[in-house]
Design a protein around this ligand. Structure first.
Ligand SMILES: Nc1ncnc2c1ncn2[C@@H]1O[C@H](COP(=O)(O)OP(=O)(O)OP(=O)(O)O)[C@@H](O)[C@H]1O
Length: 272
């Protein structure tokens, strides 16, 4: 089986060579204008996660349909409900805290493949929906604070955050949040400033400008990995039929195994 400890196939670079991401111990921020291809990236990562051993998905999708096809393999699927989103994030925070207590007790700093602790992949499509659109201001602030905490502290505890937004502005992605994402992926942006908000100040002026991506080139993006130089990529795209087939197969390989008996019976056959 695949594992989240293995590199995740993302797509191809401008020379047609495959691009892989080491997602374990890292987070991904994807942003760009509507229709740029962010959901394609999320679905490609979700497919790897769904097919991965010992991996749990926690999905936040205000539109229901972007990540909806993975619901059957997700531990939690949060739709347009801020209370559900907050409860789920608080639970993730608790899991993260418990894991840090466990790591400390074992004199360790981060989880490893052999620990057999599950990797938790939390995906949010779209950040702004929960942090600026639904709910009260206090709920939105709590959502932003919990998400930031997961991004900042989750990595070593095996919690990976993949978050997307079509609003690359300072109110949705403040610099302090952006900078703690190990990978940033800028799909087509309407302005150079938006591109800089995703990748970092100054990249557009050096020629790495997501505003230059043609509107017809969906799935094309600049990918920046920690400390590197943005790289032009074309993200792999799964059609709805392919996603449905992968999700079905993932549900099958994740099915409960062993012998189950109906409630109230012993499961031992008795002579008539
Ligand atoms: N990598 C790709 N290769 C080819 N076509 C793509 C690719 N990514 C996206 N597309 C096309 O662009 C359309 C919009 O893509 P997608 O839904 O991923 O954009 P988005 O950025 O998530 O939009 P939104 O912000 O509205 O959710 C898709 O329906 C598909 O037709």
């Amino acid at each position: 089986m695949l594992s989240m400890f293995d590199p995740v196939f993302l797509g191809i670079d401008e020379f047609g060579a495959p691009v892989y991401l080491e997602l374990i111990y890292r987070n991904v921020l994807a942003a760009g204008e509507p229709g740029g291809g962010k959901s394609g990236l999320l679905n490609t990562i979700a497919a790897h996660a769904a097919l991965s051993d010992n991996t749990r998905l926690v999905l936040f999708d205000g539109k229901l349909v972007e990540l909806g096809m993975w619901e059957q393999v997700a531990d939690a699927f949060v739709g347009p409900d801020i209370d559900h989103a907050l409860t789920t994030l608080r639970r993730l925070q608790q899991v993260m805290n418990n894991r840090y207590a466990w790591l400390r007790a074992h004199g360790r700093r981060k989880i490893a493949r052999d620990d057999r602790l599950s990797v938790i992949v939390a995906m949010v499509d779209e950040i702004a929906y929960y942090s600026a659109t639904i709910g009260t201001e206090q709920q939105q602030k709590e959502f932003a604070a919990l998400l930031r905490d997961l991004v900042a502290r989750g990595r070593a505890a095996g919690v990976i955050v993949i978050a997307a937004t079509q609003r690359p502005s300072f109110d949705i992605i403040p610099t302090s949040l952006r900078d703690i994402f190990g990978y940033r992926c800028a799909f087509r942006c309407t302005t150079s400033n938006s591109s800089n908000i995703i990748l970092g100040q100054g990249w557009a002026e050096q020629g790495y400008n997501a505003n230059d991506i043609a509107p017809t080139n969906q799935g094309a993006a600049y990918l920046l990995a920690e400390g590197g130089i943005p790289r032009r990529v074309k993200v792999a795209y799964l059609t709805d039929t392919q996603i449905a087939a992968i999700a079905d197969y993932a549900a099958w390989i994740r099915r409960p195994t062993g012998i189950h008996t109906p409630a109230g019976t012993t499961g031992i056959a008795t002579a008539a």
